[in-house]
Write a protein that binds this ligand. Structure first.
Ligand SMILES: NC(=O)c1ccc[n+]([C@@H]2O[C@H](COP(=O)([O-])OP(=O)(O)OC[C@H]3O[C@@H](n4cnc5c(N)ncnc54)[C@H](OP(=O)(O)O)[C@@H]3O)[C@@H](O)[C@H]2O)c1
Length: 338
């Protein structure tokens, strides 16, 4: 397995991380046994980074990771790095009521996550969305105290904008920024990515398949469960969906010429941005079955040369997607979009 170091202060991880969110929430029902088998298969192939959030299924995802780690061979368990997001406030009906980054809340969230995960430390800990009512220095400072006490190893950020990254780095060492980055979500390229690079902050990129939209497997007639995020996502609606799937068809032609899949092309493109520009970008793969994991891992063997990258850029130019990456209310929570 290829490895990358997250930023100038972060841990060494596998070049792809496994994002476990879809195994508990947001993309409809998942198969528990297959989810655990997927985590085991990922660890066996050398994936070390497991990403979760305490609010993914209200603790369900952390308990799933706990079970997966407990039932994995100890050598694999020991190499696993947990990356945990906190701060989202939920209600019993599955609703979202904001974010809490107050220091006492940070320590409360961490205490519960350590217990649910069944680990003695969390490798990377980050607030899922910057709390607009709490200075980032206070939130990050509370995590720094958890680092000092041995409960956390590294501090991360999620969906933070350039100004916030700068303030956070001045307050404590930051390993990485977790943020959406894909062929059709390139908003970080102008300011956030250069800032992260300047400050030695790595990138763990999520949504590299735009939640399946550019995986090559998503079809216009796919029926989504009532609780599937994509049923509310602007990019998956009506004419937007058709436009975006037309982009996928253009990408498919390039993939077919190279004898690889659309998903592998999209993941390899994100990996290539790291190679070309010298930064540390680790894509988080949202696979929840071993088949999808195997496909995603194939991206590590794909070489995109300059002419491939030019062809991809022509097929899917920056800004080509129709629709925002989140519904309006959730866009409002993104410090990265301010
Ligand atoms: N910081 C944040 O704000 C934030 C937000 C969202 C996610 N995340 C993290 O990032 C991780 C990845 O995000 P994501 O799940 O949206 O990413 P993604 O990889 O763009 O999308 C995953 C979806 O793509 C589909 N897919 C099709 N082919 C695939 C393949 N070969 N490999 C993987 N997936 C394939 C899967 O569908 P099927 O399973 O239906 O086949 C799955 O629903 C999450 O698990 C979570 O840990 C962070």
């Amino acid at each position: 397995m290829q490895t990358r170091t997250l930023g100038s202060t972060g841990p060494r991880t596998s070049a792809l991380g496994l994002g476990c969110m879809g195994m508990s929430a947001l993309y409809g029902d998942a198969d528990r046994a297959e989810s655990i088998a997927t985590i085991h298969a990922a660890l066996e192939t050398g994936i070390t980074l497991l990403d979760t959030g305490d609010f993914y299924g209200m603790g369900h995802n952390e308990l799933l990771i706990n079970e997966s780690l407990r039932t994995a061979p100890s050598s694999l368990r020991e190499q696993a790095l947990t990356s945990v997001k906190f701060g989202a406030l939920r209600d019993p009906d599955g609703g979202w009521s904001g974010y809490d980054g107050r220091p006492a809340a940070v320590k409360n969230f961490a205490a519960y996550s350590l217990q649910r995960l069944g680990v003695d430390h969390i490798d990377i800990y980050r607030i899922a969305r910057v709390d607009p009512d709490v200075p980032i220095e206070e939130t990050v400072g509370a995590i720094a105290e958890l680092v000092e006490a041995g409960h956390v190893r590294h501090i991360g950020l999620s969906e933070a904008g350039a100004h916030t990254i700068r303030r956070a780095v001045a307050a404590a060492p930051i390993s990485d920024l977790q943020i959406e980055y894909s062929l059709i979500s390139r908003g970080i390229e102008e300011e956030i990515l250069p800032t992260a690079r300047e400050l030695g902050v790595g990138i763990t990129a999520y949504g590299v398949l735009s939640r399946g939209l550019i995986s090559g497997h998503f079809t216009r007639d796919r029926q989504l469960a009532a609780n599937d995020f994509r049923g509310m996502s602007p990019r998956f609606q009506g004419e937007n969906l058709q436009h975006n799937l037309d982009l996928v068809d253009a990408l498919r032609k390039i993939a077919e010429q190279k004898g690889i899949s659309v998903a592998q092309t999209a993941i390899a493109w994100v990996l290539a941005q790291a190679d070309r520009r010298g930064a540390d970008i680790v894509p988080l793969i949202g696979a929840r079955s071993r088949d999808r994991l195997t496909e995603a891992l194939g991206a590590l063997d794909v070489v995109l040369d300059e002419s491939d990258l030019r062809a991809i850029e022509e097929a899917v130019p920056a800004g080509a997607a129709a629709g925002d990456r989140y519904p309006a209310a959730q866009m409002g929570h993104l410090d990265s979009e301010r």
